[in-house]
Each structure stands twice: as C-alpha cells, then as structure tokens.
Design a protein around this ligand. Structure first.
Ligand SMILES: [Fe+2]
Length: 198
C-alpha cells in the first residue's frame, strides 16, 4: 500500500483516497491494482504483461502510451548502484513516468511547483504516474528489490534531465512501511528503512 510523507510538515498519509486527493493538484495519480491471485510470485515478464493487459490497454488509451515492459531489479543486479545513481538526484523527463510495482518497494520524492517536497513510497499493487516535467528523484528501499511494469510513450524520451539542484541531499530516502507505522512489528518486505546508496 502506498504511503506519502511530507517531511517539512511532519505529515504522513496512508489512506488511498487521501493519497489520491493529495496527489491530484500536482498532476500525479495513484491506482491500486490487485496482485494476490493475479500472478504467481515467480511469473515471467510475459505472464505479468498478459495478466495486466486489460489495465495496460486502458492506460494506453488514456495516456497515449505505446509500449509496456517489466523491469526487474535486485541487490544482485550487476551495476545496481550505477543504475540507481542515475535516478536518485533531482531530474525531469520529457514523458510521464508510469510505474506499477509488482514486487519490492521504492520511494519517489517530488519537488512540486507549489508546496513542500513529498515522498511516495510504493509497494506491491501500487500504480503511480509522475507527469512529464515534474521535478523528482527515486530510491529503492532496504530490500533493494523492485519489479515493476513501465509504460512508455516513446522509450527514447525516457531519459533524465538533471537540474543540478542538490535538494535531494536534504531528504533521507526513508521508505514508509508496516514496521515504520507500527514500531516493534516484525520486520517484513517493504519495512521502513534507509537505503545506503553510497
Ligand atoms: Fe525519473
């Protein structure tokens, strides 16, 4: 379940409807898609795309996306830190960044035109759209794992444009999760934590 934190206001939002209301003025949208019962844990990329083809087709017609793929990242991924370092500093894209998280977790920080920086922690079942031109950056959570569907309008357009604003250094990549919200709970996938990207 996605969560939002606004560090400068010491505010957290976990209710899905409140998350949607919070994101809407910034042009972001959030949807929750079922994962349990839809796909096996070890489903292939093709099986994932097939399972979610109705939703993907609906998004394609809604947002002008022409292609979708599945990306798999884990702590064993060669060159993981180099890959993460491309996206963990403030940047924009020329097209929307749309991600449906099948497994694992991550955190998008957004630096909106109006208002303080906020963080969206995404986990299994969360679909988030970060519109083109939105100032943002991304980190993995402590499990350093994410498997997600990506939608593209034009794959060549999905390159980061850096702002050279070191604002990301002011915000620790803290991922909200069950153990963060309930101190003392057993650690689990997506538990709150800080990723060491150094
Ligand atoms: Fe990005």
């Amino acid at each position: 379940m996605a969560s939002i934190s606004v560090p400068d206001e010491n505010r957290e939002i976990t209710d899905p409807d409140e998350i949607r209301e919070f994101l809407a003025p910034h042009g972001l949208w959030y949807e929750k898609w079922d994962v349990e019962g839809r796909i096996d844990r070890d489903a292939s990329n093709e099986e994932i795309l097939e399972a979610y083809s109705p939703e993907i087709d609906a998004l394609k017609s809604k947002g002008g996306f022409v292609t979708a793929d599945v990306i798999n990242v884990s702590s064993e991924t060669p060159g993981l830190d180099d890959m993460l370092n491309k996206f963990n500093k403030e940047h924009t894209h020329d097209e929307d960044e749309v991600r449906f998280t099948v497994r694992g977790s991550g955190v998008f920080h957004v630096n909106p035109e109006n208002g303080p920086v906020f963080a969206i922690t995404v986990e299994s079942g969360d679909l988030v759209n970060v519109p083109r031109g939105t100032l943002h950056w991304f980190n993995l959570c402590s499990d350093r794992t994410i498997r997600c569907i990506r939608l593209f309008e034009d794959p060549s357009g999905w390159a980061p444009h850096y702002t050279d604003n070191p604002v990301h250094e002011n915000y620790a990549p803290i991922c909200l999760g069950p153990s963060y919200l309930s101190p003392g709970a057993a650690d689990g996938e997506g538990a709150g934590s800080v990723v060491d990207l150094s």
